[in-house]
Design a protein around this ligand. Structure first.
Ligand SMILES: Cc1ncc(COP(=O)(O)O)c(C=O)c1O
Length: 350
């Protein structure tokens, strides 16, 4: 790997209390080009603009995928990644679906470790603080034929993050009746850039109605709940925790699978099965619906305080000792190295 250090770093000018997520980037970035049928020597260089041709095919056909993960600092200032191999595997699943050349494991893992190590001061200590890592790949051949690119650019950039949502905050979601995030046979299970673009318009319509996000339902019938915005969804009915099985419409979330494991470790009954909107409404009406929450890297766990469906609003009761809080606490304790890691999920950055 070629490393060119930033001679004009901005880390000392950053007020970490005032940053907005995703607007400020660390001093370095990772770049690797796929050209001549191979991934070339990776580089870490100062964070900078890219020079792209207007005919770069990624700009035209959306042959682009990404990942999202975080680095955490423990009480002794040691830095940890969380299940990075899962992100690598999922990135390649996305690449395969979008006909992008697969990324070798060592390029992905060594790239992240070296970048985070160089920008280690950007990982702020304290629970809730982290450095969000954004690996992404896009088609970069100068050719506007609607066919797969022969050249790609793989980059990794980092942005400091605090907790996205305030725990006291209301989080109101609208159950989708018309729009879909993904369809069977499509690309919902991939982190394809276009999935997110396609979700913006229906999300804006929901926000115009006073909701924060959409609960996506299956595209065929709109009868089954599948994801909450850009999070996987969990429902607690009585003392059972239920989440939809992953399929080709649903992103196989790393937070989701970690929460399922932690819940099982704690003796919570976990059911992985399709959940009907009707079951949600019925269990709300008979008082057995206790909790609803989203799970994803950005917020870890996001309790849903109310949901809307067919012009009606359903407000969930406040619950003490919620599964959402118990599971969030258990998961973040592993991520921040303040507890044992029975499944070897933590990976240190030296
Ligand atoms: C559509 C969607 N679902 C679920 C998730 C949660 O995945 P993870 O827990 O790996 O962050 C994400 C975030 O990456 C997402 O974009």
């Amino acid at each position: 790997m070629v490393i060119e250090k930033n001679t004009n770093p901005k880390i000392n000018q950053i007020n970490f209390n005032e940053i907005q997520f995703g607007e400020i980037f660390s001093d370095h970035m990772f770049v690797c080009d796929y050209k001549n049928n191979k991934w070339n020597t990776p580089k870490i260089v100062p964070y900078q603009d890219l020079l792209i041709s207007p005919s770069a095919n990624g700009l035209h056909y959306g042959q682009a995928v990404f990942e999202g993960m975080k680095a955490y600092k423990d009480a002794k200032n040691k830095i940890w990644l969380f299940r990075p191999k899962e992100n690598w595997a999922r990135l390649n699943k996305s690449c395969e679906r979008l006909e992008i050349s697969l990324i070798p494991e060592n390029i992905f893992i060594d790239g992240i470790k070296t970048l985070v190590s160089i920008d280690s001061k950007w990982v702020q200590p304290g629970k809730g603080n982290s450095l969000y890592i954004r690996p992404f790949v896009f088609a970069n051949q100068n050719c506007i034929q609607a066919s797969p690119s022969k050249e790609f650019k793989f980059l990794i950039i980092c942005t400091p993050a605090k907790s996205y949502y305030n725990e006291e905050q209301d989080f109101n979601v609208l159950i989708a009746e018309k729009y879909s995030r993904a369809a069977s046979g499509g690309v919902g299970y991939a982190k394809a850039a276009g999935n997110y673009a396609a979700s913006f318009y229906p999300t804006k319509l929901a926000q115009n109605k006073g909701f924060d996000q959409i609960i996506w339902t299956d595209a065929n019938s709109h009868q089954y709940i599948e994801e909450a915005g850009t999070m996987n969804i969990f429902v607690r009915i009585n003392n059972s925790l239920i989440t939809s099985p992953t399929n080709d419409r649903i992103l196989d979330g790393i937070t989701r699978k970690s929460i399922i494991q932690i819940a099982k470790d704690k003796g919570i009954n976990v059911e992985i099965r399709p959940i009907k909107v009707k079951e949600l409404i019925d269990s709300f009406n008979d008082g057995t619906l206790k909790e609803l929450f989203g799970a994803g890297t950005a917020v870890v766990v996001c309790p849903i305080t109310s949901f809307g469906y067919k012009e009606k609003k359903y407000k969930l009761p406040f619950i003490k000792e919620s599964y959402a809080n118990i599971l969030k606490d258990a998961l973040t304790s592993i991520q921040y190295n303040s507890t044992k890691d029975p499944h070897n999920w933590r990976v240190s950055v030296e």
